[in-house]
Write a protein that binds this ligand. Structure first.
Ligand code: 5GP
Length: 207
């Protein structure tokens, strides 16, 4: 029988704030087998309903600096004036074991993580159907004040300008459709030859 053991991959999902990325990521975790979400550390304040250790590891500035010094991050970046970072412990062992890890980070982090992990990384960019729709979605976020809203709209335009650095673009017009598209990307990427462990040996057995 063909040995189809494989190395896990890192599915980077980026988008402007409000494009529905969080919902999409959670849906993938809940509905696709063999996938786990990397929980980032951040210095930003907890929003209503968020749970420490589930949504983020919420840290103060000193704790975050300490973690940086101890080289606990694969990548880190400053987004909207707060520090965010992907932890090595959330990613490296898991992909060795053949699990896929979803990483919800911005374009700056995507560049760094790709430098670190090379072809283990698959980059997907989620777009809202229109800027108007994005305004509506961000405007509806109860936790945002007016100043923050305008800042996020301007950041959203900047984030979108980096779309061409990604392998795949998915428009999130309708969640179920976007979810199916991301799932197709994941399933196809899992089959890449270079992710198959001990493939030579398996092919030799067939021949
Ligand atoms: P939010 O504060 O709305 O949860 O996230 C704001 C932005 O920070 C999003 O674009 C999100 O993708 C990005 N982000 C979240 N975690 C990380 C991380 O660990 N590293 C980087 N570079 N960006 C992150």
């Amino acid at each position: 029988m063909l040995n189809n053991k494989r190395r896990g991959l890192v599915l980077v999902i980026s988008s402007p704030s409000g494009a529905g990325k969080t919902t999409l990521c959670k849906k993938i975790i809940n509905e696709v087998k063999g996938v786990t979400l990397s929980i980032s550390a951040t210095t930003r304040k907890k929003r209503k309903g968020e749970i420490d250790g589930k949504d983020y590891f919420f840290k103060n500035h000193q704790e975050f600096s300490e973690m940086l010094k101890n080289k606990e991050f694969i990548e880190s970046a400053n987004v909207f004036g707060h520090s965010y970072g992907t932890l090595k412990k959330e990613v490296l062992l898991k992909i060795e074991k053949g699990l896929d890890v979803i990483v919800d980070i911005d374009w700056q982090g995507t560049r760094q993580i790709e430098k670190y992990l090379g072809q283990d990384v698959v980059k997907v960019f989620i777009l809202p159907p229109s800027i108007k729709e994005l305004e509506i979605r961000l405007g509806n976020r109860a936790s945002e004040d007016k100043e923050n809203f305008l800042k996020r709209m301007s950041e959203a335009r900047k984030e979108i300008s980096h779309f061409s650095e990604y392998d795949f673009i998915v428009i999130n017009n309708e969640v179920e459709l976007a979810f199916n598209n991301v799932k197709s990307i994941l399933y196809s990427e899992r089959l890449r030859r270079f992710r198959q462990v001990k493939l030579d040996q398996a092919i030799n057995n067939i021949l």
